[in-house]
Design a protein around this ligand. Structure first.
Ligand code: XIL
Length: 318
């Protein structure tokens, strides 16, 4: 049986994958990604980000993002749209610009208004703000925080809600998958937005994990519940579980299966957890080796499209 079919039978809305434009010329890859038994949801891995969509100020470019959204729509797959505001993959006119509070707020609002309008009706959810906190729970110091202060986050959510009143608005981050200062900071953000009646519908937990130290099932469930108790849904949005040294041992592959199964089970066992997205399904196109040197084999399919043992662990968990 297949991942999305099983996930839906367990009450999730989807099991999904990230993808990227360059991969869509790989016919073996596409035959798996477009199989809605396996994947009922797609996230554009890059091409909805700011550097792609507004490379020069107020000149918008949707061509590359639209390739992914059209692919999902053609297959009848849900879309998680990703992302509107992030410290990374920003155009240089933002990072090297000379800003005042007022001019950067105007640029931020203009970006969100245009992108949300362009994709209106196509997205199940938008990751409105991505990775705004440090691991100790303080705000990440980026151009938005430095110029606007923490108020850039409520402004982003308010603006997104203004241009699409039905899409789910998410805060998305990593290292918030078990209790700790960063998870608490994300919970406090949810509470503060809700206290101001600013729309936030969900929290995305990226779940870029390491084989072995992946949080336990019980710690993941209790953490998910601390979010859903605030009145938001949750989703695992970028799941991958990497080996920090390669090649993996047989015991390591078994542990990877346990770690994947625990994460998927935590979602299944938490009311209000709507789905799991892997940050691409094959090692062939994983972001891990280029970001974490010497690490990898983090996905459910090997580079040659044979299956990791962890694939079967996920099937068993669903
Ligand atoms: C990654 C992409 O997968 C890479 O191709 C790109 O070079 C960098 O960004 N957290 C996120 C994602 O929210 O957008 C990131 O995606 C991975 C970490």
């Amino acid at each position: 049986c297949q991942l999305n079919t099983l996930a839906k039978a367990k009450g999730l809305k989807y099991f999904g994958s990230a993808t990227d434009n360059g991969e869509l010329s790989d016919t073996t890859y596409v035959s798996i990604l477009s199989n809605t038994g396996q994947f009922g949801q797609i996230t554009p891995g890059n091409t909805q980000k700011w550097v792609y969509t507004e490379p020069t100020q107020n000149t918008f470019s949707w061509t590359q993002g639209d390739v992914i959204t059209s692919f999902a729509e053609g297959n009848g797959q849900l879309l998680r749209c990703h992302n509107l505001v992030w410290h990374n993959e920003l155009p240089s006119w933002i990072t090297s610009g000379t800003w005042t509070n007022a001019t950067l707020i105007a640029a931020l609002k203009n970006h969100i208004a245009n992108e949300v309008t362009h994709y209106k009706g196509q997205c199940y959810a938008w990751d409105v703000v991505n990775e705004a906190f440090n691991d100790d729970g303080t705000y990440r110091v980026d151009v938005f925080y430095t110029t606007i202060g923490p108020e850039y986050i409520p402004i982003a959510f308010e603006t997104a809600a203004l241009y699409d009143s039905t899409v789910k608005l998410y805060y998305n981050d990593y290292n918030i998958e078990s209790a700790g200062a960063k998870s608490t900071a994300a919970q406090n953000l949810v509470s503060s937005l809700k206290a101001r009646s600013i729309k936030i519908d969900g929290v995305g937990l990226q779940a870029h994990f390491i084989v072995g130290p992946t949080p336990s099932l019980s710690s993941q469930i209790s953490n998910l519940k601390s979010f859903t108790a605030l009145g938001v849904e949750v989703a695992y949005t970028e799941l991958d579980i990497r080996f920090t040294s390669l090649p993996p041992t047989a015991a390591g592959l078994t542990q990877q299966g346990t770690d994947y199964a625990n994460t998927v089970s935590a979602c299944v066992e938490t009311t209000g957890c709507v789905g799991v997205t892997v940050w691409d399904f094959t090692d062939k196109y994983s972001w891990v080796p280029s970001t974490f040197s010497g690490q990898g084999e983090a996905c459910l399919w090997y580079s040659d499209f044979t299956l990791h043992p962890a694939y079967y662990s996920v099937v068993s968990a669903l």
